[in-house]
Design a binder for this molecule. Structure first.
Ligand code: GLP
Length: 241
């Protein structure tokens, strides 16, 4: 695992955007796995700026989601589909046809999970998966004790994650209890994993993921198993390394 310490979130965003741009220059139709939450926004802004400046052509890029809430109505502004369309797909000038994600509105959620897991493989696999990290060490929505071999499936959020994500909703009780997430085994199939963590609130989770033992109690520690994993942290998030 490669750990890169940058001065601040903006620098982390620019560094990762450049890695994505380099990938797209060599493979214009690369499949980019994107994460939601506040942390990766500087990456998407820096990448969109590169596209506007003409330093990278992202017109053939394909985008895929890491996870999704279950039960939010289609078009809800905080469904991860809506977030990814708003923060990534539209700013890059892509159409909805270049984007794939799990169906959080499906009647048969387990079938939707299996279909998405297969769809990722059929699309040739994820070239670069961007990840954030939860304060409890989760990646995607793989909460502590998730199997390190898990596939895309339905999960129940912990109270802490629902509290952490309540800021995106008008009322805390609106945060869904259930989600679909790529499993840890699914995530590990991406060719390059890039985890970005910024701010002092992530310092403990980063230290446990990077320097602690490999354990299902800290899902992000699974990156230690991957042959090409990059962890980009700002100085505040690196404070306990
Ligand atoms: C959610 C997402 C994760 C993300 C995490 C951290 O739980 N499912 O993919 O990494 O939030 O979010 P933030 O970057 O806002 O701290």
């Amino acid at each position: 695992m490669e750990v890169v310490i940058v001065p601040d979130a903006m620098a982390g965003g620019e560094l990762i955007a450049e890695a994505v741009a380099a990938l797209l220059r060599g493979k214009p139709d690369a499949l980019l796995g994107v994460a939601t939450g506040s942390t990766p926004l500087p990456v998407y802004q820096a990448l969109a700026a590169q596209v506007r400046a003409g330093s990278v052509d992202a017109s053939r890029a394909r985008i895929c989601q890491l996870d999704e809430y279950v039960g939010l109505p289609a078009g809800h502004p905080e469904s991860y589909r809506s977030v990814v369309l708003r923060e990534v797909v539209e700013p890059l000038g892509l159409g909805a046809d270049s984007f794939m994600g799990p169906d959080g509105t499906a009647e048969d959620v387990p079938a939707a999970c299996a279909a998405y897991d297969s769809a990722l493989r059929e699309a040739g696999g994820v070239d670069l998966q961007l990840l954030g990290i939860g304060t409890d060490g989760h990646i995607g929505f793989n909460e502590p004790c998730s199997s390190l071999a898990s596939r895309t499936r339905i999960k129940t959020l912990t109270r802490q994650t629902r509290e952490d994500n309540a800021r995106f909703f008008e009322r805390p009780e609106e945060v869904p209890h259930h989600v679909i997430t790529q499993g840890i085994g699914t995530i590990l199939e991406a060719r390059h994993l890039v985890l970005l963590a910024t701010g002092a609130g992530k310092a403990d989770a980063v230290a446990r993921a990077v320097e602690g033992p490999l354990t299902a109690l800290v899902p992000a520690s699974a990156l230690q198993l991957h042959p090409h994993a990059t962890v980009v942290v700002d100085e505040a998030a690196a404070a306990q390394l």
